[in-house]
Design a protein around this ligand. Sequence first.
Ligand SMILES: Nc1ncnc2c1ncn2[C@@H]1O[C@H](COP(=O)(O)OP(=O)(O)O)[C@@H](O)[C@H]1O
Ligand SMILES: Cc1ncc(C[n+]2csc(CCOP(=O)(O)OP(=O)(O)O)c2C)c(N)n1
Ligand SMILES: [Mg+2]
Length: 331
Amino acid sequence: MNSLASPTLEALGEDGVLARILTRLPAPDPARVPVGPGDDAAVSRIEGRLVTTADMLVEGEDFLPAWCDPVRLGVKAAAQNLADVHAMGAAPHGLVISLGAPGTTPVDVLTGIMDGFAAEARRAGASVLGGDLSGGPCLIVSVTALGTLTGPAVLRSGARPGDAVVLAGTLGRAAAGLDLLLAGCAPEGAPADLAALIEVQRAPRPDYAAAAAIAGSAHALIDASDGLAGDLGRVARASGVAAALDRDALTALAAPLVPAARALGDPDPAARALHWVLTGGEDHGFIATVDPGRIPVGWTRIGTCRAGDSGVSLDGEPVADTAFRHFTGDR
Ligand SMILES: Nc1ncnc2c1ncn2[C@@H]1O[C@H](COP(=O)(O)OP(=O)(O)O)[C@@H](O)[C@H]1O
Ligand SMILES: Cc1ncc(C[n+]2csc(CCOP(=O)(O)OP(=O)(O)O)c2C)c(N)n1
Ligand SMILES: [Mg+2]
Protein backbone atom coordinates (compact mmCIF):
# COMPACT_ATOMS: atom_id res chain seq x y z
CA MET A 1 0.00 0.00 0.00
CA ASN A 2 2.38 2.67 -1.18
CA SER A 3 0.82 6.10 -1.11
CA LEU A 4 3.96 8.14 -0.65
CA ALA A 5 2.45 11.43 -1.83
CA SER A 6 -0.36 11.22 0.70
CA PRO A 7 -0.12 12.74 4.22
CA THR A 8 -0.05 10.25 7.08
CA LEU A 9 -2.75 9.75 9.69
CA GLU A 10 -0.48 11.25 12.37
CA ALA A 11 0.16 14.35 10.23
CA LEU A 12 -3.58 14.95 9.72
CA GLY A 13 -4.80 13.97 13.20
CA GLU A 14 -8.03 12.11 13.93
CA ASP A 15 -10.35 15.00 13.01
CA GLY A 16 -8.51 15.64 9.75
CA VAL A 17 -8.67 11.97 8.80
CA LEU A 18 -12.35 11.77 9.66
CA ALA A 19 -13.13 14.86 7.58
CA ARG A 20 -11.46 13.24 4.57
CA ILE A 21 -13.33 9.99 5.10
CA LEU A 22 -16.74 11.60 5.48
CA THR A 23 -16.40 13.50 2.21
CA ARG A 24 -15.92 10.14 0.39
CA LEU A 25 -19.26 8.76 1.53
CA PRO A 26 -22.38 9.18 -0.57
CA ALA A 27 -25.24 10.89 1.29
CA PRO A 28 -27.63 8.13 2.40
CA ASP A 29 -31.22 8.04 1.17
CA PRO A 30 -33.03 10.27 3.74
CA ALA A 31 -36.15 8.09 3.60
CA ARG A 32 -34.18 5.07 4.86
CA VAL A 33 -31.48 6.83 6.87
CA PRO A 34 -32.73 10.18 8.24
CA VAL A 35 -29.44 10.67 10.16
CA GLY A 36 -26.27 9.33 8.49
CA PRO A 37 -22.57 9.47 9.43
CA GLY A 38 -21.32 12.52 11.35
CA ASP A 39 -23.48 12.65 14.49
CA ASP A 40 -23.22 10.50 17.65
CA ALA A 41 -25.06 7.65 15.94
CA ALA A 42 -27.03 7.03 12.77
CA VAL A 43 -30.82 6.77 12.69
CA SER A 44 -32.57 4.34 10.32
CA ARG A 45 -36.15 3.76 9.32
CA ILE A 46 -36.66 0.03 8.77
CA GLU A 47 -39.46 -2.31 7.83
CA GLY A 48 -39.62 -5.78 9.36
CA ARG A 49 -37.12 -7.52 11.64
CA LEU A 50 -33.48 -6.48 12.09
CA VAL A 51 -30.65 -8.79 10.96
CA THR A 52 -27.14 -8.14 12.38
CA THR A 53 -23.75 -9.65 11.54
CA ALA A 54 -20.06 -8.73 11.86
CA ASP A 55 -16.81 -9.78 10.19
CA MET A 56 -13.36 -8.23 10.30
CA LEU A 57 -10.20 -8.23 8.23
CA VAL A 58 -6.84 -8.15 10.00
CA GLU A 59 -3.53 -7.46 8.26
CA GLY A 60 -1.34 -10.58 8.22
CA GLU A 61 -4.28 -12.85 9.06
CA ASP A 62 -6.87 -12.11 6.36
CA PHE A 63 -4.80 -10.15 3.83
CA LEU A 64 -1.25 -9.01 3.22
CA PRO A 65 -0.88 -5.32 2.34
CA ALA A 66 1.51 -6.21 -0.47
CA TRP A 67 -1.35 -7.80 -2.43
CA CYS A 68 -4.41 -5.93 -1.33
CA ASP A 69 -4.75 -2.41 -2.59
CA PRO A 70 -7.01 -0.29 -0.36
CA VAL A 71 -9.99 -0.08 -2.72
CA ARG A 72 -10.15 -3.88 -3.09
CA LEU A 73 -9.78 -4.29 0.67
CA GLY A 74 -12.82 -2.06 1.14
CA VAL A 75 -14.77 -4.14 -1.38
CA LYS A 76 -13.81 -7.35 0.43
CA ALA A 77 -14.76 -5.96 3.85
CA ALA A 78 -18.20 -4.95 2.59
CA ALA A 79 -18.77 -8.11 0.52
CA GLN A 80 -18.06 -10.62 3.27
CA ASN A 81 -20.60 -8.89 5.50
CA LEU A 82 -23.24 -8.30 2.84
CA ALA A 83 -22.98 -12.00 1.90
CA ASP A 84 -23.89 -12.97 5.48
CA VAL A 85 -26.94 -10.67 5.44
CA HIS A 86 -28.12 -12.23 2.16
CA ALA A 87 -27.41 -15.73 3.52
CA MET A 88 -30.21 -15.14 6.05
CA GLY A 89 -32.62 -14.38 3.22
CA ALA A 90 -32.55 -10.72 4.31
CA ALA A 91 -32.30 -7.46 2.38
CA PRO A 92 -29.22 -5.35 3.20
CA HIS A 93 -29.87 -2.07 5.01
CA GLY A 94 -26.59 -0.53 6.13
CA LEU A 95 -22.95 -1.04 7.08
CA VAL A 96 -20.83 0.30 9.94
CA ILE A 97 -17.04 0.29 9.44
CA SER A 98 -14.32 0.64 12.08
CA LEU A 99 -10.73 1.19 10.96
CA GLY A 100 -7.58 0.68 13.03
CA ALA A 101 -4.18 1.63 11.59
CA PRO A 102 -0.70 2.83 12.61
CA GLY A 103 -0.24 6.62 12.57
CA THR A 104 2.39 6.24 9.85
CA THR A 105 -0.26 4.96 7.40
CA PRO A 106 -0.89 7.32 4.42
CA VAL A 107 -4.43 8.67 4.57
CA ASP A 108 -4.99 7.49 0.97
CA VAL A 109 -5.07 3.95 2.36
CA LEU A 110 -8.13 4.75 4.48
CA THR A 111 -9.89 6.84 1.83
CA GLY A 112 -9.22 4.04 -0.69
CA ILE A 113 -10.76 1.49 1.68
CA MET A 114 -13.80 3.75 2.08
CA ASP A 115 -14.16 4.16 -1.70
CA GLY A 116 -14.19 0.38 -2.25
CA PHE A 117 -16.46 -0.14 0.73
CA ALA A 118 -18.97 2.47 -0.43
CA ALA A 119 -18.93 1.11 -4.00
CA GLU A 120 -19.73 -2.44 -2.87
CA ALA A 121 -22.39 -1.14 -0.45
CA ARG A 122 -23.99 0.72 -3.36
CA ARG A 123 -23.88 -2.42 -5.56
CA ALA A 124 -25.87 -4.24 -2.87
CA GLY A 125 -28.24 -1.34 -2.16
CA ALA A 126 -26.90 -0.74 1.38
CA SER A 127 -26.07 2.58 3.05
CA VAL A 128 -22.87 3.36 4.93
CA LEU A 129 -24.18 4.35 8.37
CA GLY A 130 -20.94 5.31 10.14
CA GLY A 131 -17.93 3.82 11.87
CA ASP A 132 -14.96 4.46 14.13
CA LEU A 133 -11.22 5.21 13.90
CA SER A 134 -8.39 4.08 16.11
CA GLY A 135 -4.63 3.76 16.10
CA GLY A 136 -3.11 0.32 16.30
CA PRO A 137 -0.15 -1.87 15.42
CA CYS A 138 -1.54 -3.02 12.05
CA LEU A 139 -4.41 -2.39 9.66
CA ILE A 140 -7.77 -3.72 10.87
CA VAL A 141 -11.11 -3.31 9.07
CA SER A 142 -14.02 -4.34 11.27
CA VAL A 143 -17.53 -4.20 9.85
CA THR A 144 -21.05 -4.62 11.17
CA ALA A 145 -23.85 -5.14 8.66
CA LEU A 146 -27.55 -4.61 9.22
CA GLY A 147 -30.33 -6.08 7.15
CA THR A 148 -34.09 -6.41 7.27
CA LEU A 149 -36.38 -9.39 6.99
CA THR A 150 -40.02 -9.22 6.05
CA GLY A 151 -40.38 -12.98 5.39
CA PRO A 152 -39.00 -15.93 7.34
CA ALA A 153 -35.24 -16.13 7.99
CA VAL A 154 -33.51 -18.83 5.93
CA LEU A 155 -31.51 -20.81 8.49
CA ARG A 156 -28.76 -23.42 8.24
CA SER A 157 -31.11 -25.91 9.88
CA GLY A 158 -33.84 -26.08 7.23
CA ALA A 159 -32.42 -28.61 4.73
CA ARG A 160 -34.59 -31.69 4.09
CA PRO A 161 -33.84 -35.14 2.64
CA GLY A 162 -34.51 -34.98 -1.11
CA ASP A 163 -33.48 -31.30 -1.42
CA ALA A 164 -31.16 -30.31 -4.24
CA VAL A 165 -27.92 -28.65 -3.07
CA VAL A 166 -27.42 -25.63 -5.34
CA LEU A 167 -24.74 -22.98 -5.85
CA ALA A 168 -24.76 -19.37 -7.07
CA GLY A 169 -21.32 -17.92 -7.71
CA THR A 170 -17.99 -19.69 -7.55
CA LEU A 171 -16.03 -22.05 -5.27
CA GLY A 172 -12.28 -22.43 -4.87
CA ARG A 173 -11.24 -19.36 -6.86
CA ALA A 174 -10.21 -17.25 -3.87
CA ALA A 175 -8.21 -20.18 -2.45
CA ALA A 176 -6.45 -20.72 -5.79
CA GLY A 177 -5.78 -16.96 -5.89
CA LEU A 178 -4.38 -17.07 -2.36
CA ASP A 179 -2.00 -19.92 -3.24
CA LEU A 180 -0.85 -18.03 -6.33
CA LEU A 181 -0.19 -14.92 -4.23
CA LEU A 182 1.62 -16.92 -1.55
CA ALA A 183 3.79 -18.41 -4.32
CA GLY A 184 4.78 -14.88 -5.38
CA CYS A 185 2.56 -14.54 -8.47
CA ALA A 186 1.99 -10.81 -9.04
CA PRO A 187 -1.53 -10.08 -10.35
CA GLU A 188 -0.29 -7.33 -12.69
CA GLY A 189 2.02 -9.62 -14.69
CA ALA A 190 -0.11 -12.79 -14.46
CA PRO A 191 -2.01 -14.31 -17.42
CA ALA A 192 -5.66 -13.21 -17.44
CA ASP A 193 -7.07 -16.53 -16.15
CA LEU A 194 -4.73 -16.52 -13.13
CA ALA A 195 -5.25 -12.80 -12.50
CA ALA A 196 -9.01 -13.46 -12.40
CA LEU A 197 -8.52 -15.97 -9.55
CA ILE A 198 -6.33 -13.51 -7.64
CA GLU A 199 -9.04 -10.89 -8.10
CA VAL A 200 -11.59 -13.13 -6.32
CA GLN A 201 -9.19 -13.46 -3.36
CA ARG A 202 -8.57 -9.70 -3.25
CA ALA A 203 -12.09 -8.43 -3.96
CA PRO A 204 -14.85 -11.08 -4.02
CA ARG A 205 -18.11 -9.92 -5.55
CA PRO A 206 -20.93 -12.19 -4.35
CA ASP A 207 -24.05 -12.62 -6.48
CA TYR A 208 -26.47 -10.81 -4.16
CA ALA A 209 -29.29 -10.89 -6.70
CA ALA A 210 -29.10 -14.70 -6.87
CA ALA A 211 -29.35 -14.94 -3.08
CA ALA A 212 -32.37 -12.63 -3.11
CA ALA A 213 -33.97 -14.74 -5.86
CA ILE A 214 -33.84 -17.94 -3.80
CA ALA A 215 -34.69 -16.46 -0.38
CA GLY A 216 -38.40 -17.24 -0.77
CA SER A 217 -37.94 -20.90 -1.76
CA ALA A 218 -34.66 -22.04 -0.12
CA HIS A 219 -34.96 -24.40 2.84
CA ALA A 220 -31.39 -23.56 3.95
CA LEU A 221 -28.91 -20.92 2.76
CA ILE A 222 -25.28 -20.08 3.64
CA ASP A 223 -22.43 -18.15 2.06
CA ALA A 224 -19.28 -20.21 1.57
CA SER A 225 -16.72 -18.17 3.50
CA ASP A 226 -15.02 -21.28 4.89
CA GLY A 227 -15.40 -23.56 1.86
CA LEU A 228 -17.92 -26.07 0.51
CA ALA A 229 -17.04 -28.94 2.87
CA GLY A 230 -17.02 -26.67 5.93
CA ASP A 231 -20.10 -24.58 5.19
CA LEU A 232 -22.28 -27.30 3.63
CA GLY A 233 -21.16 -29.46 6.57
CA ARG A 234 -22.61 -26.82 8.91
CA VAL A 235 -25.92 -26.96 7.02
CA ALA A 236 -25.95 -30.77 7.10
CA ARG A 237 -25.21 -30.93 10.85
CA ALA A 238 -27.71 -28.20 11.73
CA SER A 239 -30.42 -29.85 9.62
CA GLY A 240 -29.72 -33.48 10.51
CA VAL A 241 -29.22 -34.50 6.87
CA ALA A 242 -26.33 -35.86 4.79
CA ALA A 243 -25.16 -34.01 1.66
CA ALA A 244 -23.96 -36.05 -1.33
CA LEU A 245 -22.02 -33.97 -3.87
CA ASP A 246 -22.20 -34.49 -7.63
CA ARG A 247 -18.81 -35.38 -9.17
CA ASP A 248 -19.61 -33.92 -12.64
CA ALA A 249 -20.77 -30.59 -11.20
CA LEU A 250 -17.62 -30.28 -9.09
CA THR A 251 -15.35 -31.25 -12.00
CA ALA A 252 -16.93 -28.44 -14.04
CA LEU A 253 -16.28 -25.97 -11.20
CA ALA A 254 -12.68 -27.20 -10.88
CA ALA A 255 -11.83 -26.99 -14.61
CA PRO A 256 -11.05 -23.22 -14.63
CA LEU A 257 -8.69 -23.76 -11.67
CA VAL A 258 -6.51 -26.43 -13.32
CA PRO A 259 -4.19 -23.87 -15.06
CA ALA A 260 -3.46 -22.30 -11.65
CA ALA A 261 -2.54 -25.69 -10.18
CA ARG A 262 -0.32 -26.31 -13.22
CA ALA A 263 1.32 -22.88 -12.85
CA LEU A 264 2.13 -23.80 -9.24
CA GLY A 265 3.89 -26.94 -10.49
CA ASP A 266 1.44 -29.30 -8.83
CA PRO A 267 2.10 -32.91 -9.95
CA ASP A 268 -1.69 -33.59 -9.98
CA PRO A 269 -3.33 -30.32 -11.13
CA ALA A 270 -6.84 -31.80 -11.44
CA ALA A 271 -6.74 -33.08 -7.84
CA ARG A 272 -5.45 -29.72 -6.54
CA ALA A 273 -8.23 -27.89 -8.44
CA LEU A 274 -10.88 -30.20 -6.97
CA HIS A 275 -9.39 -29.69 -3.51
CA TRP A 276 -9.75 -25.89 -3.90
CA VAL A 277 -13.40 -26.34 -4.92
CA LEU A 278 -14.15 -28.63 -1.97
CA THR A 279 -12.35 -26.71 0.78
CA GLY A 280 -11.41 -23.20 -0.39
CA GLY A 281 -13.13 -20.28 1.36
CA GLU A 282 -13.57 -16.56 0.65
CA ASP A 283 -15.36 -16.68 -2.74
CA HIS A 284 -18.60 -16.04 -0.81
CA GLY A 285 -20.56 -18.13 -3.29
CA PHE A 286 -24.03 -18.93 -1.96
CA ILE A 287 -25.02 -22.54 -1.20
CA ALA A 288 -28.71 -23.36 -0.76
CA THR A 289 -30.91 -26.40 -0.46
CA VAL A 290 -34.21 -26.29 -2.27
CA ASP A 291 -36.93 -28.46 -3.75
CA PRO A 292 -35.39 -29.97 -6.93
CA GLY A 293 -38.29 -28.56 -8.97
CA ARG A 294 -37.75 -25.00 -7.71
CA ILE A 295 -34.15 -24.18 -8.66
CA PRO A 296 -34.10 -20.52 -9.82
CA VAL A 297 -32.24 -19.26 -12.89
CA GLY A 298 -28.61 -18.50 -12.00
CA TRP A 299 -28.27 -21.48 -9.63
CA THR A 300 -26.46 -24.75 -10.44
CA ARG A 301 -27.20 -28.09 -8.83
CA ILE A 302 -24.11 -29.56 -7.12
CA GLY A 303 -25.60 -32.30 -4.94
CA THR A 304 -28.49 -33.85 -3.05
CA CYS A 305 -29.56 -34.00 0.60
CA ARG A 306 -30.22 -37.48 1.95
CA ALA A 307 -31.49 -38.85 5.24
CA GLY A 308 -28.66 -39.56 7.67
CA ASP A 309 -25.84 -37.87 9.53
CA SER A 310 -22.82 -38.82 7.42
CA GLY A 311 -21.92 -35.17 6.64
CA VAL A 312 -20.68 -34.11 3.21
CA SER A 313 -19.64 -36.89 0.81
CA LEU A 314 -18.36 -37.33 -2.73
CA ASP A 315 -18.76 -40.73 -4.43
CA GLY A 316 -19.74 -42.17 -1.05
CA GLU A 317 -16.52 -40.99 0.67
CA PRO A 318 -16.65 -38.31 3.40
CA VAL A 319 -15.12 -34.95 2.39
CA ALA A 320 -12.84 -33.61 5.11
CA ASP A 321 -13.21 -29.96 6.12
CA THR A 322 -9.64 -28.69 5.95
CA ALA A 323 -10.59 -25.00 5.64
CA PHE A 324 -8.61 -22.13 7.14
CA ARG A 325 -9.13 -21.63 10.87
CA HIS A 326 -8.03 -18.62 12.91
CA PHE A 327 -5.60 -19.11 15.84
CA THR A 328 -4.14 -22.44 14.69
CA GLY A 329 -1.89 -21.08 11.95
CA ASP A 330 -3.33 -23.19 9.11
CA ARG A 331 -3.54 -21.38 5.79
N1 LIG B 1 -16.83 -12.67 19.41
C1 LIG B 1 -18.05 -13.14 19.22
N2 LIG B 1 -19.04 -12.84 20.09
C2 LIG B 1 -20.29 -13.29 19.89
N3 LIG B 1 -20.66 -14.06 18.86
C3 LIG B 1 -19.72 -14.41 17.98
C4 LIG B 1 -18.37 -13.98 18.11
N4 LIG B 1 -17.66 -14.48 17.07
C5 LIG B 1 -18.53 -15.19 16.32
N5 LIG B 1 -19.77 -15.16 16.86
C6 LIG B 1 -20.99 -15.79 16.33
O1 LIG B 1 -20.73 -17.15 15.98
C7 LIG B 1 -21.43 -17.52 14.80
C8 LIG B 1 -20.46 -18.11 13.79
O2 LIG B 1 -19.52 -17.14 13.40
P1 LIG B 1 -18.66 -17.26 12.04
O3 LIG B 1 -18.05 -18.61 11.99
O4 LIG B 1 -17.79 -16.07 11.97
O5 LIG B 1 -19.84 -17.20 10.97
P2 LIG B 1 -19.76 -16.71 9.44
O6 LIG B 1 -18.89 -17.72 8.72
O7 LIG B 1 -21.19 -16.74 8.97
O8 LIG B 1 -19.17 -15.34 9.46
C9 LIG B 1 -22.13 -16.27 14.30
O9 LIG B 1 -23.48 -16.31 14.72
C10 LIG B 1 -21.40 -15.14 15.04
O10 LIG B 1 -22.23 -14.02 15.30
C1 LIG C 1 -2.68 -13.51 4.57
C2 LIG C 1 -3.84 -14.48 4.45
N1 LIG C 1 -3.74 -15.67 5.04
C3 LIG C 1 -4.78 -16.53 4.97
C4 LIG C 1 -5.91 -16.22 4.28
C5 LIG C 1 -7.03 -17.22 4.17
N2 LIG C 1 -8.19 -16.91 4.96
C6 LIG C 1 -8.27 -15.91 5.86
S1 LIG C 1 -9.80 -15.82 6.58
C7 LIG C 1 -10.36 -17.17 5.70
C8 LIG C 1 -11.72 -17.77 5.87
C9 LIG C 1 -12.82 -16.82 6.11
O1 LIG C 1 -12.54 -15.97 7.20
P1 LIG C 1 -13.40 -15.93 8.53
O2 LIG C 1 -12.87 -14.85 9.37
O3 LIG C 1 -13.48 -17.32 9.11
O4 LIG C 1 -14.77 -15.49 7.93
P2 LIG C 1 -16.19 -15.95 8.38
O5 LIG C 1 -16.23 -17.44 8.25
O6 LIG C 1 -16.33 -15.47 9.78
O7 LIG C 1 -17.10 -15.26 7.41
C10 LIG C 1 -9.36 -17.65 4.87
C11 LIG C 1 -9.50 -18.81 3.96
C12 LIG C 1 -5.96 -14.95 3.67
N3 LIG C 1 -7.03 -14.54 2.98
N4 LIG C 1 -4.91 -14.11 3.78
MG1 LIG D 1 -17.60 -14.49 10.88
